[in-house]
Design a protein around this ligand. Structure first.
Ligand SMILES: [Zn+2]
Length: 228
């Protein structure tokens, strides 16, 4: 038993260390390559969000990189990439649409997804090690490979759950701020269009579930809020 338990515990610990390290290096990279975002129109909507959330102010930072992405740092700061902000400045994306991405990222922070991912990641490492050890005895050579696939599936499922929750949080925030869910839906459609033009999906879409499924789920949230 203990011969199985030791690698599993080690894998879990390794997961925690790896996660902390990647969180630390992401934080460092974000701090080095970012600036506070100053934009009157966006600030006006952030003021509405702040009112609803009963916080003093919502700050957004610009992450100086081209790929279209919005992200929440492990310390809770919210970032919009320069590439994303450019699309908005060019008029391709409205202020309400870009705000819906901020709302989604605020959801990840408020719902504790970043901490949860660390636990998930470490747990997944432990599960992978346990399965790997078990399966290697049953199917020598392939055990570790199969355990890896199962681990990845598990992780994908957990991160999807977070994405739907963040979308739901964003819908509620958008509705309570008087913006409604339409900008959230049109944002997804625009990102889809951009990915068709580029031949590859924007980073923000790649790490998230399929667009149509997300739109359907947002509509369900809307129905829940209005027809309970
Ligand atoms: Zn997300």
């Amino acid at each position: 038993m203990s011969t199985l338990l030791i690698p599993v515990v080690l894998a879990g610990l390794y997961g925690i260390v790896m996660f902390q390290f990647s969180a630390w290096s992401l934080k460092r990279q974000l701090s080095r390559q970012s600036n506070p975002l100053i934009d009157k129109k966006l600030e006006k909507i952030m003021g509405k969000f702040a009112n609803v959330l009963e916080v003093e102010k919502i700050r957004i930072n610009i992450f100086e990189t081209e790929p279209i992405n919005g992200l929440a740092a492990p310390d809770g700061r919210i970032f919009i990439t320069r590439g994303f902000y450019k699309k908005y400045q060019d008029g391709d994306i409205t202020v309400e649409e870009i705000s819906s991405v901020v709302a989604h990222e605020l959801g990840h922070v408020a719902l504790g997804h970043i901490r949860r991912r660390m636990i998930d990641f470490s747990g997944q490492n432990a599960v992978r090690a346990a399965l790997g050890a078990l399966l290697s005895r049953l199917i020598p050579g392939l055990g570790g490979f199969i355990a890896g696939i199962i681990g990845n599936l598990l992780m994908a499922k957990l991160s999807r759950r977070d994405e739907y929750e963040a979308d739901e949080y964003a819908s509620a925030l958008m509705i309570k701020s008087g913006l409604g869910i339409e900008p959230q839906i049109s944002m997804f459609k625009k990102l889809d269009k951009i990915s068709n033009l580029q031949g590859s999906a924007p980073a923000w879409l790649m790490s998230h579930p399929p667009t149509q499924e997300r739109i359907n789920s947002i509509k369900k949230t809307h129905a829940k809020i209005y027809h309970r």
